[in-house]
Design a protein around this ligand. Structure first.
Ligand code: AMP
Length: 126
């Protein structure tokens, strides 16, 4: 079953210029902006301009140009913010998809988080 894209989601509205955002970087296919409730000194959201719901939707259905542009933009943000693992203690890139991951906004986005120790990604569950 294909993903159903809700074009009223908050990131779609940001892309249409209906609500403001704190832009960090913009390219032909990608927009990056600061998270409104940052969890660390660096917390940037990277989104494709195309209508994709999740990471797997994006990877399966986006063009190669969109995918390359998205990946290079993530790397450029890490470099620009000084959080690459070669030059600093590093960062975390994560994306939530669907209910089990508690995805709040149904437009694919990558969280780029850094600037403090982040702990393990998951706590151990019994
Ligand atoms: P997720 O749970 O992975 O879907 O994360 C959604 C993220 O979007 C959260 O970290 C929110 O703080 C962030 N967010 C929601 N609305 C906005 C907005 N208008 N501008 C920037 N970030 C937002």
């Amino acid at each position: 079953m294909a993903y159903d894209y809700d074009d009223q989601n908050v990131f779609a509205r940001i892309l249409r210029g209906e609500i403001p955002n704190d832009t960090v970087m913009e390219t032909e296919h990608t927009l990056a902006f600061n998270d409104i409730t940052p969890q660390a000194p660096v917390h940037v959201l990277v989104i494709p301009k195309g209508a994709y719901v999740t990471y797997d939707d994006f990877c399966a259905n986006a063009s190669e140009a969109e995918i390359v542009d998205f990946a290079r933009t993530c790397a450029a943000i890490c470099k620009e913010r000084g959080i690459t693992a070669d030059a600093s203690p590093g960062f975390r890139a994560l994306t939530n998809a669907g209910e089990h991951a508690v995805q709040e906004v149904p437009h694919f986005h990558m969280h780029i988080i850094g600037g403090r120790p982040l702990g393990r990604i998951l706590s151990k569950m019994d």
